[in-house]
Design a protein around this ligand. Structure first.
Ligand code: PLP
Length: 442
């Protein structure tokens, strides 16, 4: 006789997690900082905190107005009910796919077919699908690796693969550009792409560093991966054609083994969760099946808005006019204040080639980045310790503990104030008082 014992049935399920359950129920490093920030803010809500940790893009008025206009037009139309009141296709909302095909033909001369485009509920989900379709243990029990060719990179890659051990990150080369500027380079001597590699992934422009891998580096990566029939995923969450928060002259990249991954999150629609993959159907077919199993399809309201904004030309125009100039000005503001206030220590900002962040490297920092984070907190400022952006990189590499990510999304006055506060905290940890150090620097 079947005996239903809810207690016995549910208790083990709650307490005994699968290996995947253990992996996915853990918070990745940066989330622990976000939790610390939340708790600190809750404990002292009336203090004048400046939060430079956020990855949330600024709600720019021109961008919001554009999305609002399209939403109002859509709500007023007869098609609204059919868009939100029906299930859709896993591959995405057809008018959005058509709009993207036309856009890529017009801008870049690409001939795409509907099977070369896939819409996902956010690019994070898209990359999760890819990492788990290609990486981890294959049917023969061999570990297939996810290669991150130039660490640091997006902290979301830390938890993107269900088999943690699949991640293989590579230390980059460091090029000093001038007294306070540096740039990461792929170190092809160190990089291993071989028969055990299943997928190559990097963000371009890069969150957190703002780096844009050069065209020749990208082509070399693609060619090396192609020799082993390995797909290269270029995460262009900040790249062209939208939001095009890139200052290096770059274009989307295509190839037999390339998937170009885009997002509408930094173009004003993070809440709508829209990621876009463009690439060969042999990869997208697999990802489409994964998404069908995991989520059925992406929400359609945001997709319908995006289709309209692309067709009307608004998205490109507002991206160009509002997004990139705003963050460029923010970065310059930060750099100016740091140049005026930093103590005479060896500090560098990564060349700002795109994305929402400044990446500060304090060479020979006498404490770890986490201790500096605490010191900066005393100034009522939050940043993100850099070590969270180096998943898979050994702690022995000192550079991993010498960096900070500073979000450019704060109000401009707050950003300037916070930069001066960071300089004071840096002066303290290097052992000098800020005013004395400032005199020495001047
Ligand atoms: N890739 C990078 C480099 C990001 O910075 C982010 C979000 O911050 C994502 C992917 C995830 O974006 P989405 O909102 O499309 O899932």
């Amino acid at each position: 006789m079947l005996r239903v014992d809810n207690h016995a049935r549910t208790r083990p399920m709650k307490t005994t997690l699968s290996a995947h359950g253990v992996r996915m129920s853990r918070l990745t490093g940066v989330r622990t900082i976000m939790r610390d920030i939340k708790q600190t803010l809750a404990a002292a809500p009336h203090e004048p905190w400046i939060n430079l940790s956020a990855g949330n893009p600024v709600v720019l008025p021109a961008l919001e107005a554009m999305w609002r206009r399209h939403a109002e037009a859509l709500l007023a139309e007869g098609s609204f009910g059919a868009i939100v009141g029906r299930y859709g296709e896993t591959e995405g909302y057809a008018p959005l796919i058509d709009a993207l095909i036309r856009l890529f033909r017009r801008l870049y001369g690409w001939e795409l077919w509907p099977e070369n485009v896939l819409i996902a509920p956010g690019s994070q989900m898209l990359l999760f699908a890819a990492a788990n379709c290609f990486c981890g243990y294959d049917a023969a029990g061999r570990l297939r690796r996810l290669a991150l060719p130039a660490s640091p990179d997006y902290t979301g890659y830390d938890g993107v693969c269900l088999s943690e051990e699949a991640l293989l990150a590579t230390i980059p080369g460091i090029e000093i550009r001038d007294r306070h500027t540096f740039k990461y380079r792929v170190d092809f001597e160190r990089l291993r792409i071989d028969a055990a590699t299943a997928m190559v992934l990097f963000s371009r422009p890069c969150n957190p560093s703002g780096n844009v891998l050069r065209d020749d580096e990208v082509q070399h990566l693609i060619a090396t991966a192609a020799r082993h029939d390995v797909p290269v995923f270029i995460d262009a969450a900040y790249g062209p054609p939208f939001p095009n928060l890139a200052f290096a002259e770059i274009e989307p990249v295509r190839g037999e083994n390339v998937v170009y991954s885009m997002s509408l999150s930094k173009a004003g629609l993070p809440g709508e969760r829209i990621g876009i993959a463009i690439g060969p159907s042999r990869y997208l077919d697999t990802l489409r099946a994964f998404l069908a199993n995991a989520t059925l399809h992406s929400a359609r309201f945001g997709q319908a808005l995006a289709a309209r904004a692309i067709e009307a030309g608004d998205l490109l125009q507002v991206s160009a006019a509002a997004i990139a100039p705003y963050y460029r000005a923010q970065f310059e503001r930060l750099r100016r204040v740091l140049a005026e206030t930093m103590p005479p220590v060896e500090w560098y900002l990564h060349e700002y080639e795109g994305a929402l962040f400044a990446w500060l490297w304090l060479k020979d920092l006498p404490v770890r980045d986490l201790a500096l984070y605490e010191e900066i907190k005393k100034e009522r400022v939050f940043v993100v310790p850099g070590s969270f952006f180096f998943p898979g990189i050994d702690d022995a590499w000192a550079h991993k503990h010498e960096c900070l990510r500073i979000s450019l999304t704060a109000h401009e006055d707050e950003l300037a104030e916070a930069a001066a506060a960071i300089a004071r905290a840096v002066a303290r940890v290097y052992g000098g008082s800020a005013p004395a150090a400032r005199r020495a620097a001047g």
